[in-house]
Design a protein around this ligand. Structure first.
Ligand SMILES: NC(=O)c1ccc[n+]([C@@H]2O[C@H](COP(=O)([O-])OP(=O)(O)OC[C@H]3O[C@@H](n4cnc5c(N)ncnc54)[C@H](O)[C@@H]3O)[C@@H](O)[C@H]2O)c1
Length: 327
C-alpha cells in the first residue's frame, strides 16, 4: 500500500459504476487500501460480498440508498460510456451523465462528502487547437458523450466552489487493461477479432493517433485524487505519448504472435482526428504512468488468450469490430 492510500483506511467510499471495467479495479484497490466500499450500479458486482445498491443514479431513491449511513468520498464512474451510443441515444446520455451526475453531487453535498473523483474524458475538448491537450484547452465537445462530460465538469466546479465538495475531474484517454471483455474499445475488439479469427475493420485510414493509459495507472490517479487535497478541477490522465490505430494493431499482432486481416471502412462523424495529451499537470501532483503500451497489452493478451471461446466476451451483443471515437 502506498503512503497516499493510508488516508483511505476506514473511509466510506461510494463507487458509482463500480460493477464496470474501471469500477471493478477501483473497488479492489480501495478495499485493499482499507476503505469501506459501497457500489451503486445498474448491474450487480461480480463479487457478491460487495456492498451494492442496485439502481439508476438518475433515480433519487437509488441515490438516497447509496448515501444512507454516511459517505466520506465518491468515485463517480457510472455513465453512458460509448461515444457511438451517445450519438444514437442523446436523451439517455443526458439523463445518465448529466441528470445522474447532478443527483450524485446533490447526494454528496447532503452527506458532507469531502472529496469526489469524476471520470471525465479528453473528448470534452474536441478538435486539437494546440500541439497537445492540456487542462487549459477550450471545451468544444463533438458528441453528446463529450458534452455530457463537459457539463459534469461544470457542475463539479460549482460544487467545489459553492459547497466545499472537492471535486477532481480526471480526464482519461483510452483506458485498457485486464477485465475489459465487455468493452467495445479498440484493444478489446482486436483481442476478440484475433481469438475469433475474424477480420478487423478500421474506420478511415488508421493514421488517427490516440493515447492509451493502463487501468492500473487510472486507479492510482483516482486514489491519489481522493486522498491528496492538491487534486481539484480537471486533471489530464494519459500515458503522454500517442500512437496510431495502425501502431496499435501492429503491437497487438506482435504480442499475440498472430496476423490479423484489416479492412478500411469510412471514417466516422464526430471522431477526433487526433488525441495527444500533456499529462504534466498530473506529473506535478506526483502521478506518473507505470505501464507502457507494450507491457500493458501483453498482459491483456495473456488474459484473452486463456479465455474459452464460449465465454461471454465472444457472444452476441458485441458490436462489430472497429475503432471508436477518441476519448
Ligand atoms: N474506458 C475508457 O476508455 C474511458 C475513457 C474516458 C472516460 N471513461 C469514463 O470512465 C467511467 C468508467 O468507464 P468504464 O470503461 O469502466 O465503463 P463501463 O461501461 O465498463 O462501466 C460503467 C458502469 O456504469 C454503470 N451504469 C451505467 N449507467 C448507469 C446508471 N444510470 N446508474 C447506475 N449505474 C450505471 C454500468 O452498469 C457499468 O457497470 C465512465 O464514466 C467513462 O465515461 C472511460
Amino acid at each position: 500500500m502506498s503512503a497516499r492510500d493510508e488516508g483511505l483506511i476506514g473511509r466510506r467510499v461510494l463507487v458509482t459504476g463500480g460493477s464496470g471495467f474501471i469500477g471493478r479495479h477501483v473497488v479492489a484497490r480501495l478495499s485493499a487500501a482499507g476503505a469501506q466500499v459501497r457500489v451503486v450500479d445498474l448491474v450487480p458486482h461480480p463479487d457478491p460480498e460487495v456492498d451494492l445498491v442496485c439502481g439508476d443514479i438518475a433515480d433519487p431513491e437509488t441515490i438516497e440508498a447509496a448515501y444512507e449511513g454516511g459517505i466520506d468520498h465518491v468515485v463517480h464512474l457510472a455513465a453512458v460510456t460509448s461515444v457511438l451510443k451517445s450519438v444514437q441515444q442523446p436523451e439517455l446520455t443526458f439523463q445518465t451523465n448529466v441528470v445522474g451526475t447532478h443527483r450524485v453531487l446533490e447526494g454528496a453535498r447532503a452527506a458532507g462528502v469531502s472529496a469526489l473523483v469524476f471520470a471525465s474524458t479528453n473528448a470534452v475538448t474536441g478538435p486539437m487547437e494546440e500541439a497537445k491537450i492540456t487542462e487549459r484547452a477550450r471545451l468544444r465537445p463533438l458528441t453528446p458523450y463529450g458534452s455530457s462530460k463537459a457539463a459534469g465538469e461544470m457542475m463539479m466546479s460549482a460544487y467545489t466552489a459553492a459547497y466545499g465538495v472537492r471535486c477532481t475531474a480526471i480526464r482519461l484517454t483510452n483506458v485498457y487493461g485486464l477485465g475489459m471483455q465487455a468493452k467495445d474499445s479498440i484493444v478489446a475488439r482486436l483481442m476478440r477479432a484475433i481469438r475469433l479469427g475474424s477480420g478487423f475493420e478500421i474506420y478511415g485510414d488508421g493514421l488517427q493517433v490516440r493515447d492509451y493509459v493502463h487501468v492500473n495507472d487510472v486507479v492510482r490517479a483516482a486514489c491519489a485524487a481522493l486522498a491528496d487535497e492538491r487534486w481539484s478541477g480537471p486533471v489530464v490522465i494519459g500515458y503522454g505519448e500517442s500512437i496510431s490505430v495502425l501502431d496499435v494493431v501492429d503491437e497487438v499482432r506482435r504480442v499475440s504472435g498472430t496476423t490479423l486481416e484489416l479492412t478500411h471502412g469510412p471514417a466516422r462523424a464526430g471522431e477526433m482526428p487526433a488525441v495527444i495529451v500533456d499529462p504534466s499537470g498530473a506529473h506535478a501532483l506526483g502521478w506518473r504512468p507505470e505501464l507502457d503500451f507494450h507491457a500493458g497489452v501483453s498482459g491483456v493478451w495473456q488474459e484473452w488468450s486463456a479465455l474459452a471461446l464460449d465465454a461471454p466476451a465472444f457472444q452476441a451483443a458485441v458490436p462489430p469490430a472497429a475503432t471508436v471515437a477518441g476519448r
